[in-house]
Design a protein around this ligand. Structure first.
Ligand code: RTP
Ligand code: MG
Length: 143
């Protein structure tokens, strides 16, 4: 088992629903530790940069519009197999396909407004963490 870090975003729909604490509770219950966190309201440029890999996809404009529609909570989660574990807690991208008990089954409305984001691999996690956090903003466990 590997100690990993992954990037988590609580998207504007979930922040608007007032369920930040409920989502954080799922992470902590699953053994993931929050080692960095900030609330922010993305600019169009920040959202486009974050989702640059999707820039040619038909849903890109709607995705950027949604991600800039309100504040989000961006966090770094640390734990054993954190990338995959976090994806399992989130559930499928489309909430209609998300397993019962996953965040998207419980909180997402549609594939476009699907409550949470999580890095999909260790490599993308490193890039996405660096997109939002300086090294000194990530707090190593000291006790
Ligand atoms: P995320 O990046 O947000 O964790 O979601 P994901 O890996 O499960 O999905 P991804 O393929 O990376 O897509 C990023 C976000 O774009 C929206 N999307 N819409 N209408 C569509 O077909 C479609 N496909 C993707 C979703 O909001 C998805 O989370
Ligand atoms: Mg993705």
């Amino acid at each position: 088992m590997a100690l990993e870090r992954t990037l988590s975003i609580i998207k504007p729909d979930a922040v608007a629903k007032n369920v930040i604490g409920g989502i954080y509770n799922r992470f902590e219950t699953a053994g993931l530790r929050i080692v960095a966190a900030k609330m922010m309201h993305l600019s169009k440029e920040q959202a486009e940069g974050f989702y640059a890999e999707h820039s040619e996809r038909p849903f890109f404009g709607a995705l950027v519009e949604f991600m800039t529609s309100g504040p989000i909570v961006v966090s770094v989660l640390e734990g054993e197999n954190a990338v995959l574990r976090h994806r399992e807690i989130m559930g499928a991208t489309n909430p209609a396909e998300a397993l019962a008990g996953t965040l998207r089954a419980d909180y997402a409305v549609s594939i476009d407004e699907n409550a949470v984001h999580g890095s999909d691999a260790v490599e993308s996690a490193a890039r996405e963490i660096a997109y939002f956090f300086a090294d000194e903003e990530i707090c190593a466990r000291t006790r």
